[in-house]
Design a protein around this ligand. Sequence first.
Ligand code: DAH
Length: 366
Amino acid sequence: MEQLEQQQAETLGAIAEAATPEAVEAIRVAALGKQGWVSALLKTLGGMSPEQRQSEGPKIHAAREAVTAALAERKGALEAAALDARLAAETVDLSLPAPEAPKGSVHPVSQVMDELAEIFADMGFAVASGPEIEDDWHNFTALNMPETHPARAMHDTFYFPDKDAEGRAMLLRTHTSPVQIRAMLKQGAPLRVIAPGRVYRSDSDATHTPMFHQIEGLVIDKGIHLGHLKWTLETFLKAFFERDDIVLRLRPSYFPFTEPSVEVDVGYTVVNGKRVVGGGGDVENGGWMEVLGSGMVNRRVIEFGGLDPDQWQGFAFGTGVDRLAMLKYGMDDLRAFFDGDVRWLQHYGFGALDVPTLSGGVGVKA
Ligand code: DAH
């Protein structure tokens, strides 16, 4: 029994010195675990005489209780110390400045494209797309510009050195019009799509950049005529510029892919020396500016799109998205659109929550 007292004293001493919860656990196993010394002593009770058991039993149980209590106390003390240390290390400094708000803005081109998608969705147009790396069949031939057509030369096309597997010359699309062909071939008729996207021409000055943005519109259906075109463009421009006094002038023109072709001018008024879309036209202090190319889709283009032109007719239009953005939001140098100057972006950019909706207004600026 002297041994018991000695082991108990050693165990209690070790518990008092245990510095980590792991050390406490190791001591518990050595004393109270299946192979532990307390457990071993408890097992000896069975082989004792009743008198021996009566005198030794309480000592062994007392030792077990003393060790159990000391283990619990030490474990509690270590956990409390660990919590104190964590609380001390995790202080919150309320005098620190607030973290910077996330930076970034929606580029006016993206914003205007979203506005256009919203406006045309309301008129039943879906958004279609095509590749920026095009072949000359989609970009020219199928739009009624055969290889010798002079309009090809007017596009300042960027060509790739190699042809594709079908022997077609590859290029960066010079306009969004090839999406007309792709949409007809893929979706058939009737059809109502817009196709916004990047286009490329080897050209550069204050109003031209080698990459810019266009939006194409195409309607194919039965009995479509120029009146539908005019109504659609008028409705679109009124919604886009958020004015009811939009005046249009359709001028006869020529595009290979439309017949007849019209160029669309919108009336502007001069306000504080600046041209503002709306009103204007043939009045003093006003004038016309060209905003769109359009026309009735050429029969040959409908055929190239895999449709029967005796059955299906349509109209198409195309315009520059960057230019629309400049007219609406008042920028005057196109090159700044693509400089990535953070000051310009902060000034002309839109907040992530300025989502254009017809109900909320397609041109709200925060
Ligand atoms: N593709 C023409 C261009 O880039 C714009 C255009 C004119 C598109 C008339 C059309 C259209 O759909 O009907 O200059």
